[in-house]
Ligand binder design. Structure first.
Ligand code: NDP
Ligand code: GDR
Length: 334
């Protein structure tokens, strides 16, 4: 039975990946941070077969202890401070977790693996946010990186450190450059979920308006369930490499609002949407659209859920959730 260890097990991708690996017959372990993590209950409910180990990406010895106990064949580094807007206000914390945390994870794996550094396969959760200021479209593994946020800068560091460990030590370390991927488990701070929750509340008469930031930014949005399959496929390759995962479609926040509101029968959303500079970013990533042809050709990977279906799925899930009267956001991410 292959064994996998996942950091970021409480997050959107961690839960989908754990479900995927369990369905493939893996023994799955997760790193859980904090002395009383409120999301432990969520993980135990959704994936009860996962074994949890206490650890933090900023604490190398805790990672080494978790690896020693889990004895993984595959290590998925999904843990991060992942909210871009927050990263300006907490740049040092973001650098420590999202940047230096990758170095800690790589070091823990390298030290554990001993004489055969490639015996534990490593996945790094890199991001389209690394492309930042638009250099070319669509963006591929070869596009120049020009990050526009402390989060993006930290991810670039983690990305190159992963490549460096592959080249320096012969580690089987792959970096997935994933474009935005969403689901009903998405955190409510991210724009798709913020909108799907607000639209559902507005439809049920629980909220009057939603306050947004920049409506003109464009993103390449896919479904998280498809993207964790791509992560796994990367680690099944004989050689480690870097891969873009994306849908190849781009849509603006305005189009997101069009589809989300239309799902509850509202064609003109303007009366329900306000803009506030509070939600504008010091530097914006204006346009993301990915070229996933390498993943398609080498991994046989392709997304199965398109933009409209994704947004409608999220609005429907939030309507159902609110109707059930679930009160905590933990429940909303299950
Ligand atoms: P989430 O924000 O849902 O999850 C982040 C996870 O990181 C949580 O489990 C969180 O744990 C954990 N974490 C935070 N700080 C630490 C720490 N100090 N030590 C250990 N773990 C920590 O993110 P997603 O699931 O959406 O994304 C997974 C990864 O993929 C992230 O690295 C993200 O940056 C990256 N990514 C995501 C994309 C997306 O569109 N979703 C696209 C490209 C990259 P806790 O619950 O305890 O806070
Ligand atoms: P992003 O996702 O920054 O792309 O990072 P987010 O959903 O936060 O923002 C997407 C775009 O929407 C605009 N926007 C708003 N965003 C939020 N959160 N709230 C608003 O009210 C709002 N109004 C407009 C933003 O300005 C932005 O242009 C996500 C994260 O998952 C990262 O961890 C990951 O690496 C990247 O996707 C790929």
């Amino acid at each position: 039975m292959p064994r996998a260890l996942i950091t970021g097990i409480t997050g959107q991708d961690g839960l989908y990946l754990a479900e995927l690996l369990l369905s493939k017959g893996y023994e799955v372990h997760g790193v859980l941070r904090g002395q009383n993590n409120p999301k432990r209950e969520l993980v135990e409910r959704v994936v009860p077969d996962v074994t949890l180990h206490t650890g933090d990406l900023t604490d190398l010895s805790s990672l080494m202890r978790a690896i020693g106990r889990a004895q993984p064949d595959e290590f998925y580094n999904l843990g991060a401070v992942s909210y871009v807007a927050y990263s300006w206000e907490n740049a040092h914390v973001t650098t420590e977790v999202t940047g230096n945390g990758v170095l800690n994870a790589l070091e823990a794996v390298r030290l554990y693996a001993g004489d055969d550094p490639s015996r534990v396969r490593f996945y790094q959760a890199s991001s389209s946010e690394m492309f930042g200021k638009v250099q070319e479209v669509p963006q591929s593994e070869k596009t120049l990186l020009w990050p526009r946020s402390p989060y993006g800068v930290a991810k670039v560091y983690g990305h190159y450190m992963t490549i460096n460990y592959r080249e320096s030590y012969g580690m089987h370390a792959s970096s997935g450059i994933l474009f935005n991927h969403e689901s009903p488990r998405r955190g409510p701070e991210f724009v798709t979920r913020k909108v799907s929750l607000a639209v559902a509340r507005i439809a049920l008469g629980q909220q009057e308006k939603v306050t947004m930031g920049n409506l003109d930014a464009r993103r390449d949005w896919g479904f998280a369930g498809d993207y964790v399959e791509g992560m796994w496929r990367m680690l099944q390759q004989p050689e480690a490499d870097d891969y873009v995962l994306a849908t190849g479609e781009t849509h603006s926040i305005r189009e997101l609002l069009d589809v989300a509101f239309s799902q509850v029968g509202i064609d003109d959303w303007e009366p329900y949407v306000e803009q506030d500079p509070r939600f504008m970013r010091p530097a914006e990533v204006d346009l993301l659209i990915g070229d996933a042809s390498k993943a398609r050709e080498r991994l046989g990977w392709q997304p199965t859920v398109r933009f409209e279906e994704l947004v409608r799925m999220m609005v429907d899930a939030d309507l159902a959730l609110l109707r059930e009267g679930a009160r905590d956001s933990g429940g909303s991410r299950s």
